[in-house]
Design a binder for this molecule. Structure first.
Ligand SMILES: [Zn+2]
Length: 442
């Protein structure tokens, strides 16, 4: 593992190859181009007017039947998983995948042709730090078709342990491997697409896989394995499953630090996990607060707070408002919890824990500041009327800094308002609740 912080990488120069597309059977050229920092992977349809690009992002996922399709508007790119797998595993963060059709060339059904192109282009380090998704808590996906994906924390790198099983558990295979460029190139990339005869027979009849042949897929019929070239590995199928997993998960746009346990994976389950990771990423972004707590611009300091709130020591539970959002419906307050808080004398001696009700009080005070800022008046006083869905998730101790998030969810007339609040310590929600207020003249 390279020493932290790892940098983003792109290609040294453009490189490509031509071949046949799997579904339409047409000739297609693919060219990989270098791209700037934080660009990510984008597909470019050179065959269409204005040469539109599609971000390789999970939000753009359109279909997961047999292969992974992404799209924006009416533009589609099919079977993106093998080229994405190669780019991701070979450590390419930023690239343009230019094609003159709606599908990359299928090559030999593996990711090897793409790895060869990447090696010809070369890998070039950039300045910006690479983006990672660190698994903090186990994540779990299970589908009706029997796929199970379990993602566990592992800060050493990305590891996949995969069990593949065919119909009636024929061709059950297991493999566990670190995903790093040299292992991927040698052990995973050459593994070819495999299909069960009973699955492809109807597609062949409907002429849906015009480019499919024994040159770019291994066909399993009963216990027999049909292919032009003999199996490249005795367990080639599980290796290809891992190849597909890496390609589908590349749609999260960053590198995973964790251990994935995959049982009978498939594109649908992989995509579901990618969606769950993307959701977790945006939840974390919502929780992210500055490491340095800013003052001044756009917030309120303690002097300004006591001009608005009637609360005083020891009952003022907010030290600073660090920011209001543009619409003025959200804000974040800060409360630094010290061992000098009077409540620690009695709650509890020898085991100081901040009372949950004090956190609710802190939420109420931050929500009041938000409401007064919106109403632009301090001539009225907000009375706290009710608290719904209050949950205390983790203890708050002396030395903790609480970030108190408040969002106005409902304002009825001039007299009633509702705010959704949560308290965050060290990137974890420690408490939450929905508070209702009424206003009276002072
Ligand atoms: Zn595949």
């Amino acid at each position: 593992m390279a020493a932290a912080p790892e940098a983003q990488h792109t290609l040294g120069k453009p490189a490509g190859f031509s071949g046949t597309s799997l579904h339409t059977g047409e000739k297609v050229s693919l060219k990989l181009h270098p791209a700037p920092e934080n660009h990510g992977i984008k597909f470019k349809r050179k065959d269409l007017q204005d040469e539109p690009t599609i971000d390789a992002k999970i939000e753009n996922l359109k279909m997961v039947e047999r292969a992974t399709t992404i799209g924006e508007g009416s533009i589609r790119v099919h079977t993106v998983e093998h080229v994405l797998s190669a780019l991701s595993a070979m450590g390419i963060d930023n690239a343009v995948v230019e094609m003159d059709a709606n599908e990359p060339p299928i090559g030999d059904g593996s990711a090897k042709p793409y790895v060869d192109v990447i090696k010809r282009a070369g890998v070039s380090a950039q300045e910006a730090p690479r983006r990672f998704f660190h698994v903090r808590e186990p994540m779990h996906i299970e589908t009706k078709s029997g796929s199970m994906l379990i993602l566990l924390p592992d800060d050493n790198g990305f590891r996949v342990s995969c069990t593949q099983a065919g119909p009636n558990n024929r061709f059950t295979q297991f493999m566990s491997t670190d995903i790093v460029p040299d292992i991927f190139e040698r052990e995973i990339a050459p593994a070819r697409t495999f299909v069960y005869y009973e699955d492809v027979e109807p597609l062949m009849e409907k002429n849906l896989i015009k480019g499919g042949s024994l040159e770019n897929a291994v066909v399993v019929r009963g216990d027999a394995v049909l292919s032009k070239e003999p199996l490249r590995f005795p367990d080639e199928f599980v290796r290809h499953k891992i190849l597909d997993i890496i390609g589908d998960l590349a749609l999260i746009g960053c590198h995973i630090r964790g251990h994935l346990i995959a049982v009978k994976p498939g594109h649908a389950a992989n995509a579901e996990l990618a969606r769950a990771i993307a959701k977790e990423q945006s939840r974390r972004e919502a929780l992210a607060v500055p490491r340095v707590v800013p003052k001044g611009d756009g917030g309120l300091d303690s002097d300004e707070i006591i001009q608005i709130l009637p609360h005083r020591y020891p009952f003022l539970m907010v030290d600073r408002i660090i920011s209001f959002d543009e619409g003025g419906t959200k804000c974040i307050g800060v409360k630094t919890v010290t061992i000098n808080e009077p409540f620690f004398q009695g709650h509890f001696p020898g085991h100081p824990v901040m009372p949950g009700v004090m956190q609710v009080e802190a939420m109420a005070q931050v929500a009041s500041l938000l409401l007064f800022k919106l109403a632009k008046t301090s001539s009225r006083i907000g009375y706290f009327m009710s608290a719904d869905g209050v949950k205390f998730r983790k203890p708050v101790m002396p030395g903790d800094t609480i970030f108190i998030h408040a969002e106005l969810t409902k304002a009825r007339g001039e007299r009633l308002a509702k705010a959704k609040c949560h308290c965050v310590v060290n990137d974890a929600i420690v408490s939450e609740g929905e508070l209702m207020f009424t206003f009276l003249d002072k």
